[in-house]
Design a binder for this molecule. Structure first.
Ligand SMILES: [Zn+2]
Length: 534
């Protein structure tokens, strides 16, 4: 059976994973992720799909993260009518994450349209709305893990989901294509892989004897020391004790799914053991609250599910869902802890709390994850003295701390160990879901360790296609139409550079000592703009 694959996302970048497999009998996708990050990358979410959604018979989904699932509502909106197969926790997490993503799309477009109206430009439609997300959810079907499954819409194929240890419900997907008169074609898509030191999830697993492997490479260039869960809690305890000022607050910007639940579990456990002062903990994020409910429903899937369930139900945790409950946190006296999204401080309720506390030396902000360039979280981490929140300048006097020991991703040695455990791969090893330096470093490590020959390692560019043959290196296909390569278009992102330039002009004008020097500065800027280039 002739099998081909097209890389429709997460090529030389870490978001938007979508692999289109095609046999003479059916077409299907593994994942249908949204591109996230700089504007040039996000623009790909508006580009036409490189296939007709109505021609896609089914989607097999590795996990719920938006960069893997986020374009499913658009796929359905544009004519996809099949089923979306995913593990039961993934189905439930998508049930809260996709409508939230629809809400974010609507808000972003509203902001953009306000600007467009002022400039007399045409208004744009959101990529999808919460209603579109709800419609997509009706296509989801839960699958069991570790069992061969066949689907009516996909004749000649069977698939099996393996624990990927990356987030609740996350999986690697094994595909076996029937070959007439011979051994089947065996393919494995890693999805995102978790670290071996995850406190929540068992280590990733997978099958052996494969023809082709699609391997994520997010941290392909990192070798991070893996803290034991006890050591990580110890580090968190130290940070909380240091932050516990009697009139202060500890603000923890955190991703709503997984990170918030892990931190809540650790904080409650530390408080109950008397290792940190007792203080109310506010989980101030509707998305995190709904995700926590999914964690409670599927706690049995976690390594230490009973303890997690007890902790997440502790009266020490105050779940503030409504806006009114959220506003009342401001009336709390004495030390308290607030966990809210977004993890990079660029959206969500954390911004209100930062506005109220950043100027106060009694407060601490504890950053818990990766802070992308240009985000408020990154500015805080860089030690800026003043930041802007919703147009307002705010002095930073709070202590800014960071804990980097909560991670959902395997590092380079763990990726290599995962691949070694898969045994010999006969055909292609596709490196996806990584930026070029990470892919390059991982490719060198894997060939250096004898896990793949150089000619087996493939670094796909967006929209590249291959014919997959059992036991042999894949054969490249002609590409009729290409979308812009995110690795070229996205870096350096001129949108970010423009925002930074406008901000420094504004700052310089404001800093000028008087009206005369302000006017002079503006005259110099104008002259520079009007001068011929060169
Ligand atoms: Zn992920």
């Amino acid at each position: 059976m002739a099998v081909t694959v097209r890389i429709c996302g997460a090529a030389r970048t870490v978001t938007g994973l979508a692999l289109l497999f095609e046999t003479p009998r059916a077409r299907f996708l593994v994942d249908c992720g949204m591109f996230q990050g700089p504007k040039t990358l996000k623009a790909l979410n508006w580009e036409p799909f490189p296939y007709r959604p109505r021609d896609v018979a089914a989607v097999l989904l590795t996990h719920a993260h938006i960069d893997h699932s986020g374009l499913l509502p658009r796929l359905v909106k544009e004519g996809f009518s099949g089923f979306i197969h995913a593990s039961a926790p993934t189905v439930d997490l998508c049930g809260v994450m996709l409508p939230d993503s629809g809400h974010v799309q609507v808000m972003e477009v509203e902001m953009l349209n306000r600007r467009n109206r002022r400039r007399g430009r045409a208004e744009v439609e959101p990529i999808y709305t919460p209603e579109d997300a709800a419609a997509a959810l009706r296509h989801f079907r839960a699958v069991p893990m570790n069992r061969w499954l066949e689907f009516e819409a996909l004749p000649g194929l069977r698939a099996r989901w393996w624990n990927a240890g990356h987030m609740l419900g996350s999986a690697s997907i094994e595909l076996e294509f029937e070959e007439e008169g011979g051994a089947p074609l065996r393919v494995l898509v890693s999805g995102d892989l978790g670290p071996d030191c995850s406190a929540f999830h068992a280590d990733p697993e997978g099958p052996q004897t494969l023809d082709h492997v699609f391997l994520e490479s997010t941290y392909g260039d990192e070798d991070r020391p893996c803290l034991t869960h006890a050591a990580r809690r110890e580090r968190l305890a130290g940070l909380v004790k240091e932050a516990a000022h009697p009139d202060g607050a500890l603000l923890i910007p955190a991703f709503a799914v997984e990170r918030t639940q892990e931190i809540c579990w650790d904080l409650v456990t530390l408080m109950q053991a008397g290792r940190i002062p007792h203080a109310p903990i506010f989980v101030d994020s509707p998305l995190a609250i709904r995700a926590t409910e999914v964690f409670l429903d599927h706690a049995a899937e976690l390594e230490d599910g009973r303890a997690v369930r007890r902790a997440l139900r502790s009266p020490l945790l105050n779940y503030t869902e409504s806006g009114e409950q959220s506003r009342r946190i401001a009336e709390v006296e004495g030390f308290h802890i607030i966990i809210a999204g977004s993890g990079m401080c660029d959206a969500g309720r954390i911004r209100h709390h930062l506005k109220r506390w950043l100027w106060a030396p009694e407060a601490t902000v504890l950053l818990t994850g990766f802070q992308a360039e240009g985000t408020l979280g990154r500015y805080l981490l860089e030690g800026r003295q003043e930041v802007r929140i919703q147009g307002e300048a705010i002095r930073v006097r709070a202590a800014i701390r960071e804990i980097r020991d909560y991670s959902g991703h395997a590092d380079a040695p763990e990726l290599a160990a995962w691949l070694r455990a898969r045994g010999r791969v006969a055909g292609g090893l596709f490196l996806v879901h990584g930026e070029p330096p990470a892919m390059e470093a991982l490719a060198q490590r894997l060939t250096g360790e004898g896990l793949a020959r150089a000619e087996q390692v493939i670094r796909p560019v967006l929209d590249d296609g291959w014919r997959l043959v059992p036991g042999r290196v894949p054969l490249p296909l002609e590409v009729a139409r290409r979308r812009p390569d995110p690795a070229e278009a996205g870096r350096p992102d001129w949108h970010n550079a423009r925002a930074a330039l406008l901000l420094s002009i504004e700052d310089a004008i404001e800093r000028a000592p008087d009206a005369a020097s302000r006017t002079a500065l503006m005259a110099r800027l104008r002259a520079a703009l009007e001068a011929p280039p060169g």
